[in-house]
Ligand binder design. Structure first.
Ligand code: PLP
Length: 464
C-alpha cells in the first residue's frame, strides 16, 4: 500500500462519509427500492482496467445509497439501536489500517492483551462478579454477534456435560428459554445438534411482563427429568427483543445451580444500561450465571460488530473449540501463559475489534456514556407519555429502557381488525421514508394476537 495514495484517497473518503452524515436526513430512512434493483444498474462483470475513486463514489451516491436503509439516521427507530459514533468509527478505521489477523497472542500481542484489558474494564463498569475477569479462570472475548456468543457457550456447555455422561446422551439434552428469547437460541440449538423437540421456549404472560417465570422453569425441568431427559442449558434475557422484559436472574440462577444447568444471560441490548447505577439492579443474580453477553454495537456507541462475551470458566470454551495444528504452534502458546482467542470462537481469523471499544471508552469516558443512556431513556419516557395521553393509542408493554411498544386502538374490539389497522399504519409510516419503526406480535392466551409497533428512541451520535 502506498502511504501517500492512502492519504489522498482516505481524505476523499472521509469527506464523502462526513457529507453523508451531514445529509443523512435527506434520504428516505427505509430504502424504497424494489428487489433486484441493483442488478439492473451494475454491469455483469468486474472491470478489467482500474477505475477512479471519484467514479466509484459517484456510483455509490447514485446507485448504492438509494438501496441503503440509514441505520444511523436520527429518523431510524426500528429494531434496536445500532449506534455508531465518531470514536467507534475512528477505532474501525485504525483497525482497518493496521489490518492484522489476531487469532493467537503471537500474531499480534497488543490485540489480545487490549481485548482482555478492555473487557475487564467493561466487566468492572457492569459490576460483573470477579469470576468473569481475565485474572482468574474466566475472562472476556469479543465475538461478532450475540448469536455467535450464544452458540459458543452452548457448544462449550454441551461438550462439558457430554464429557461427564457420554456422547450418546446428546439426544436427551434439553435447552430452556422463554417464548421471548431471541431466535438465536433456536439457531444455536440447530447447529449444536440439540433435538428440535428438546428446546423448551416456556410461555410468558403479560401479567408477568413477559419475563420467564422461575416456577414454570422448575416445573419444566422436573417434568423433563421424570421423562428421562437431561436439562443442561438455560438462556435468560435482560431486555428481550419484543418488549425489553427482564428475566429474574437470581431466582432462575438458583434453579440452574440446583440442577447443574449452564446459565447464560443474554443482555444484547439492555446490558449497556447497566453501567448506570440506577439500572444495575437488572443484573442482580448475574453472579449465578456461567456466561454473560452484551452487544457493544447496539447501545454502547461501538460500530458494528462488537459483541462482548464473558465466561467464568474459559477452559470449557477452549476444550470445545481449540485445535492445535503444527502451522499454528509457537513458543508462547505452547508455554500456556497467553490467551489464544482462536480457541474462544468459531473462526480462526479475528479483527482488532477491541480498538474501537477502547476508543469509545477513552474518547467519551464513563460519565458521558452514562448520560447518553440516561438521555435515551428520558426521551423514551417523554414519547411514552405522549402516546399515553393520546386516546387513539395504547401502550402494550411496560417500558423498562428505551423501547416503547404501542398500538393504534381499533374502533371495535375485533383483534383481527386491530392487527390489520396496525399493519396498515406500519406500512404507511415506513413507506413514507420519514421514519422507520418495526413491529412485534404478542400472543395472549384466550385472545388473538396483537400487533405492536415499536419504537426505539435514538439520539444522534453528536449528542454524546
Ligand atoms: N439477543 C437479543 C436480546 C437481541 O435483541 C438480539 C438482536 O436484536 C440478539 C440476541 C441477536 O443479536 P446479534 O445480531 O448480535 O446476533
Amino acid at each position: 500500500m502506498d502511504a501517500e495514495q492512502l492519504r489522498e484517497n482516505a481524505h476523499k473518503m472521509v469527506d464523502f462519509i462526513a457529507d453523508y452524515y451531514k445529509n443523512i436526513e435527506s434520504f428516505p430512512v427505509l430504502s424504497q427500492v424494489e428487489p433486484g434493483y441493483l442488478q439492473k444498474l451494475l454491469p455483469d462483470s468486474a472491470p478489467v482496467q482500474p477505475e477512479s475513486l471519484q467514479a466509484v463514489l459517484q456510483e455509490v451516491e447514485t446507485k448504492i445509497l438509494p438501496g441503503v436503509t440509514h441505520w444511523q439516521s436520527p429518523n431510524y427507530f426500528a429494531y434496536f439501536p445500532s449506534n455508531g459514533s465518531i470514536a467507534g468509527f475512528l477505532g474501525e478505521m485504525l483497525s482497518a489500517g493496521i489490518n492484522m489477523v489476531g487469532f493467537s497472542w503471537i500474531t499480534s500481542p497488543a490485540a489480545t492483551e487490549l481485548e482482555m484489558i478492555v473487557l475487564d474494564w467493561l466487566a468492572n463498569l457492569l459490576k460483573l462478579p470477579n469470576d468473569f475477569l481475565s485474572k482468574g479462570p474466566g475472562g472476556g472475548a469479543i465475538q461478532g454477534t450475540a448469536s455467535e456468543a450464544l452458540l459458543v457457550v452452548l457448544l462449550a456447555s454441551r461438550d462439558k456435560i457430554l464429557r461427564e455422561i457420554g456422547k450418546d446422551a446428546l439426544g436427551k439434552l434439553v435447552v430452556y428459554g422463554s417464548d421471548q428469547t431471541h431466535s438465536s437460541l433456536q439457531k444455536a440449538c440447530q447447529i449444536a445438534g440439540i433435538h428440535p423437540e428438546n428446546l423448551r421456549l416456556l410461555r410468558t404472560r403479560s401479567c408477568n411482563e413477559y419475563a420467564l417465570s422461575p416456577e414454570s422453569l422448575a416445573d419444566a425441568i422436573s417434568h423433563d427429568i421424570a421423562s428421562g431427559l437431561i436439562p443442561f442449558f438455560l438462556c435468560a434475557t435482560v431486555g428481550t427483543t419484543s418488549s425489553t422484559a427482564v428475566d429474574p436472574l437470581l431466582a432462575l440462577g438458583k434453579i440452574t445451580k440446583r440442577y447443574r444447568i449452564w446459565f447464560h444471560v443474554d443482555a444484547a441490548y439492555a446490558g449497556s444500561a447497566c453501567i448506570c447505577p440506577e439500572y444495575r439492579h437488572h443484573l442482580n443474580g448475574i453472579e449465578e450465571a456461567d456466561s454473560f453477553n452484551m452487544n457493544c454495537h447496539k447501545w454502547f456507541l461501538t460500530n458494528f460488530d462488537c459483541s462482548a462475551l464473558w465466561i467464568k470458566d474459559r477452559n470449557t470454551l477452549i476444550q470445545s473449540l481449540s485445535t492445535n495444528p503444527e502451522y499454528l504452534k509457537n513458543k508462547a502458546s505452547q508455554g500456556g501463559t497467553v490467551v489464544d482467542y482462536k480457541d474462544w470462537q468459531i473462526p480462526l481469523g479475528r479483527r482488532f475489534r477491541s480498538l474501537k471499544l477502547w476508543m469509545v471508552l477513552r474518547l467519551y469516558g464513563v460519565q458521558n456514556l452514562q448520560s447518553y443512556i440516561r438521555n435515551h431513556i428520558k426521551l423514551a419516557q417523554q414519547f411514552e407519555d405522549l402516546v399515553a395521553q393520546d386516546t387513539r393509542f395504547e401502550i402494550v408493554a411496560t417500558r423498562t429502557f428505551s423501547l416503547v411498544c404501542f398500538r393504534l386502538l381499533p374502533a371495535n374490539k375485533n383483534e383481527e381488525y386491530a392487527n390489520k389497522l396496525n399493519r396498515d399504519l406500519l406500512d404507511a409510516v415506513n413507506s413514507s421514508g420519514q421514519i422507520f419503526i418495526s413491529h412485534t406480535v404478542y400472543a395472549f392466551p384466550f385472545r388473538n394476537i396483537k400487533i405492536s409497533l415499536f419504537l426505539d428512541i435514538l439520539l444522534l451520535m453528536e449528542h454524546t
